[in-house]
Ligand binder design. Structure first.
Ligand code: KG4
Ligand code: ZN
Length: 436
């Protein structure tokens, strides 16, 4: 092994990402080509378009990452790729590319679960912070590296992965330099990010919805609309469903403590009802037409594919992707709409907090990690941090750039697996519903 350099590749949804990370602890390059512009006009990710965009982007994005890190393929020690969960066609682009590259360069290939990647985004940040204090990684000595993972990550944690596809609670425990995860809670229907995206779409705001709601919520009264979450009853939820046909979905839910189950489809419907009752639809349509005139005129154009024209989001945190239209959106939202947005966000975050802190207490977790796209949310960070402080619990978030999808987290998660010799099988393929 050279310096422990891993090329990470992530194509599970709508970002084509490549990163070079040294020993899971130091990011040399992290490049993210976002497809937001392509999907925005449809108000959500279109799987076929996503695959095609990944195909176009994968080679230039990997090249950009190598150039940024100032390394070549010859310097790499392994390739890591997201193998699921995600969109099948999108995952396959990354997997096929990674397999071909690993074969051609005779490099080990490591398959990474996207959710494990999100958890490692926080661990990567923590290691980078520690390394900044000791001014860099210790000299590379293969024999002593076995302990590297355990030296720095010796504590279990309750991890909330909250994104557009997931709202999952895991108890993460270090085990002989590697990590083991126990599912503690999850959503029984929509993910929190999905609720953000659907509510934003309903209100005529942009895609993805999280950053828009994040930006506008602070101007509204969070107590104006009293949204509530009722306790989920596992048995009721599963009643009437054929036994175990969707084993991967129903079996873990049935086995989980209902106090740690989430459900976000109810609040989405409640917002819809509110919009209808208060006749806010026309207002939302007008807002959408004013904010996104291009989305509303005729056939989409697919002529903007050069890498220069793409948004590469390494230094740009997701919340700042929309500054030019945020003021405009604010001007287009009457106070009752801002109050609705603030109340929605307040309720969602309150529910995430209630269950996460309850699980941390039940498991006696020494600390909490919050990760995934929704973890970029400003109010979420503030309220979780205040509550953690009140309870004397430690809490960590990734930087904003590492909260949403990226490949640095994939390369970081692969490092302990590489050390443990957990390589991908030659027949590796995409697993859209892979569980952790
Ligand atoms: O982790 P991610 O990039 O992709 C998935 O794995 O799903 O998460 C994307 C999700 C979207 O639903 C988006 O609306 C949400 O994260 N999101 C936010 C914020 N930034 C992104 N939600 C709330 N507040 C934000 N600032
Ligand atoms: Zn993700």
């Amino acid at each position: 092994m050279g310096h422990g350099l891993i090329l990470g590749i992530e194509t599970s949804c709508d970002e084509t990402a490549a990163a070079i990370v040294e020993r899971g602890s130091h990011t040399l390059a992290s490049v993210v080509a976002s497809q937001i512009a392509t999907h925005a006009r449809y108000g959500g990710v279109v799987p076929e378009l996503a695959s095609r965009e990944h195909l176009r982007a994968i080679v230039p994005v990997v090249r950009a990452a190598l150039a940024e890190a100032n390394v070549t393929f010859a310097d790499l020690d392994a390739i890591a790729v997201t193998c699921g969960p995600g969109l099948a066609g999108a995952l396959l682009v990354g997997i096929t590319y990674a397999k071909a590259l690993a074969f051609a360069r005779n490099l080990p290939l490591i398959a990474v679960n996207h959710l494990e990647g999100h958890i490692h985004a926080v661990l990567l940040n923590e290691r980078e912070e520690r390394l900044a204090k000791v001014r860099g990684l210790p000299p590379f000595e293969q024999n002593t590296l076995e302990g590297w993972g355990t030296q720095v990550d010796d504590e279990s944690a309750l991890a909330l992965v909250v994104s557009g596809g997931h709202t999952h609670l895991y108890f993460a425990q270090p085990a002989h330099g590697s990590w083991r995860y126990r599912l503690v809670g999850r959503t029984v229907d929509d993910a929190a990010g999905e609720a953000y995206d659907k509510v934003a779409k309903l209100l005529g705001l942009g895609y993805p919805g999280g950053p828009w709601i994040d930006a506008l919520a602070r101007f509204g009264n969070p107590q104006a609309v009293p949204f509530s979450f009722s306790q989920i009853k596992t048995k009721v939820h599963l009643a009437g469903k054929p036994a175990r046909t969707k084993a991967a979905k129903t079996a873990p839910i049935a086995a989980l403590d209902p106090h740690f189950l989430f459900s976000f489809s109810g609040i989405k419907t409640a917002v819809l009802r509110y919009v209808e009752l208060h006749e806010l639809r026309t207002e939302a349509e007008t807002r959408s037409a004013r904010l996104f005139p291009a989305h509303n005129t005729g056939a989409p154009s697919f002529e903007r594919f050069e890498l220069e024209g793409w948004e590469t989001t390494k230094p740009n945190p997701p919340s700042t992707q929309i500054p030019q239209t945020r003021e405009e959106a604010l001007a287009l939202c009457p106070q009752p709409t801002l109050d609705l947005i603030a109340s929605f966000q307040h309720a969602v975050i309150g529910d995430l907090m209630k269950k996460t802190f309850a699980a941390a207490e039940a498991l006696d977790a020494p600390r909490i990690l919050i990760t995934g796209g929704v973890a970029a949310n400003r109010e979420l960070r503030e309220r979780f941090m205040a509550e953690a402080e009140r309870r004397g619990l430690r809490i960590a978030f990734p930087t904003l750039a590492l909260s949403t999808d990226n490949a640095a987290m994939i390369a970081a998660a692969a490092w302990p697996r590489l050390l443990a010799g957990e390589l991908a099988p030659p027949e590796l393929t995409a697993d859209p519903s892979l569980t952790l």
